[in-house]
Design a protein around this ligand. Sequence first.
Ligand SMILES: Nc1nc2c(ncn2[C@@H]2O[C@H](COP(=O)(O)OP(=O)(O)OP(=O)(O)O)[C@@H](O)[C@H]2O)c(=O)[nH]1
Ligand SMILES: [Mg+2]
Length: 408
Amino acid sequence: MKKRALLILRKDKKYDNKSIDELKELAEVLYRPIKSVVQIRKPDPKYQIGSGLVEKLVEIIKEENIEIVIVGNTLTPSQKYNLAKKFKVEVIDKVELVLRIFYKHARTKEAKLQVRLAELQYELPRAREKVRLAKMGEQPGFGGYGDYEVEKYYQKIKKEIATIKRKLEKVKEHRKIARKSREKFDSVGLIGYTNAGKTSLLNILTGEDKESKNQVFTTLTTTTRAIKGIKRKILITDTVGFMDDLPPFMIEAFLSTIEESANSDLILIVVDSSDSIEEIERKLKVNHEILSKINCKSPIITVLNKVDKISEKKKNEIIDKLERYLVNPIFVSARYGENIDLLISKILENLNLSTGTVETCDPKVISYLYENTEIIEDVMEGSTHIITFRAKEKDVNRILKTLRKVKL
Ligand SMILES: Nc1nc2c(ncn2[C@@H]2O[C@H](COP(=O)(O)OP(=O)(O)OP(=O)(O)O)[C@@H](O)[C@H]2O)c(=O)[nH]1
Ligand SMILES: [Mg+2]
């Protein structure tokens, strides 16, 4: 049974970007939101929200048997402590909520390490105050820390952060090796916001059955699989999705996972075309920002997913209004398989490919070409093979250059 939750969101202005619907969507992954309250005001240092509202909520919490309070803003330890003291139930903020969702969905060792790292980085600047508060008397969520000494707790977290970073470096090394062995194949990376349909797209393109749910942060780890139904081997990588206003340390913890996708020869930016125009615009901007932050220069296809949910009018509106953000746009439905063939052709077109022709009778060269490139034609002239092949542009150049050297 999911715990009964009360959601609270404080906004600076009415048109502040923060949305209670987004908080609700997040909360629903783990809890049962019973009531939501939005307050528009400047942050209150003691409670984050106004003290008048706090008093009112004390009643509601009792009446509705609320078991957890979730605040959609980031709380200081003392705000959290003060709220818990008033409410007598556990109080968490948005970052902690996302961390709990991450925990639930972390399946691999790497994902678990990344989540723990994010958690510790959230904890570190709060550690000293948290222990001090815990010593002032038990409040929900502050149990146990009172036995620590302030400095010792802080140092313990610092040490664990260093250990986890070391472990993650090792995982990264392993991944590098795995990536090396895949380098000869063309690769496609999926990136985009959480719930855009990245995993659904991977599933339909590869015939996989990876978990896809109408929930945020379903995927936390990368998966790489071959696209089915085409002659060449093209690998596609799925990864964790983005979300607005997550603190930078959280994105940082998952950056190497995102980079795994972004390191591909071609990027598919996946967006949910049933979002509002403003939302699509904002999300596209962030996608491009993240790609440029990690210095990704690969070509891009913008996959406007969930086309089954939108009208022809909305389609035209997206194209008209968002033209400057839409690199190579294509509307598809991953769920119903709409336009997937066209997407595959687009992928093939955009994978920076080139062809080369060599004349050779060296069996080593011939078998190298057969194993590592796509052979378009192999014509025999006496004992010489005239082979035309297709591969990544840089590989074609490298092969031709090497063979020329050998001849000289
Ligand atoms: N109507 C419709 N729903 C879709 C489509 N593609 C995906 N969905 C649904 O959207 C939800 C999210 O899909 P996922 O594939 O899990 O999304 P994701 O981008 O991998 O999400 P995270 O792993 O959380 O980052 C699921 O409920 C899917 O069934 C589509 O083309 N049309
Ligand atoms: Mg996914």
